[in-house]
Design a protein around this ligand. Structure first.
Ligand code: HEM
Length: 186
């Protein structure tokens, strides 16, 4: 079994552990904003969401660069071509949304503008995006909808990974696990 490169596995799990608080923060802060609760706590939630979301964007870009430089290890021969195609399509869609969702959030806070994050730090403005509150609201609406679709796809992705680990008991899960299982001796 050939695993992904260590850097690819590390980024995969760093992104994975960042996404859960990112979703929680996104839903929590918009619920507070919807209830018109504009206080320090809501501002902190927004600031953390923006900072973590931007960090995820940078990690996803790094992952795409690595993916372009090093092809994915081949699937085991036991995996049917149809399942391999379905997995490739799913991973492609996950990459598209993992780029589109934070880009739309960043574009939205640039257009609004609301680039402040935490401890007085500001994100850079997205190039070519003009200040326009109406545009920002449209970008946030698409950001929120695509984030929920991304959440559903990630749930399906986790179920598929767990099926490989516990039911199929094949090598698929180990390809992405941080420790190098291929070094194990029999
Ligand atoms: C993969 C990365 C990201 C995920 C999964 C994500 C997820 C979410 C979710 C679930 C919501 C709540 C949507 C709703 O309830 O309608 C949200 C809202 C929001 N996100 Fe993100 N987000 C990400 C990245 C970013 C980035 C990079 C920024 C800005 C730099 C950002 C800024 C915002 C803002 C300002 C809102 C509130 C929009 C509104 O008030 O309508 N997000 N996000």
């Amino acid at each position: 079994m050939t695993p992904y490169r260590f850097e690819q596995r590390l980024l995969h799990w760093l992104i994975a552990v960042s996404l859960l608080p990112l979703f929680a923060l996104g839903l929590w802060m918009t619920a507070r904003a919807g209830a018109n609760l504009w206080d320090d706590q809501t501002n902190l939630l927004y600031g953390l969401h923006k900072a973590l979301g931007f960090a995820v964007l940078l990690m996803v870009v790094a992952r795409l660069v690595l993916r372009a430089c090093f092809s994915a290890p081949p699937y085991p021969a036991s995996m049917s071509p149809r399942l391999a195609l379905a997995a490739k399509l799913m991973h492609g869609l996950l990459y598209v949304l993992l780029v589109a969702v934070p880009l739309l959030g960043w574009a939205g806070v640039t257009a609004y503008p609301a680039l402040i994050t935490v401890a007085g730090q500001h994100l850079p403005a997205m190039p070519l995006i003009v200040q326009n509150e109406a545009l920002a609201k449209k970008l946030f609406a698409v950001h929120g909808t695509l984030a929920l679709i991304l959440g559903a796809l990630i749930a399906a992705h986790i179920c598929a990974a767990l099926k490989h680990l516990f039911i199929n008991r094949d090598e698929i899960f180990a390809r992405m696990w941080p420790s190098d299982a291929s070094k194990k001796t029999k």
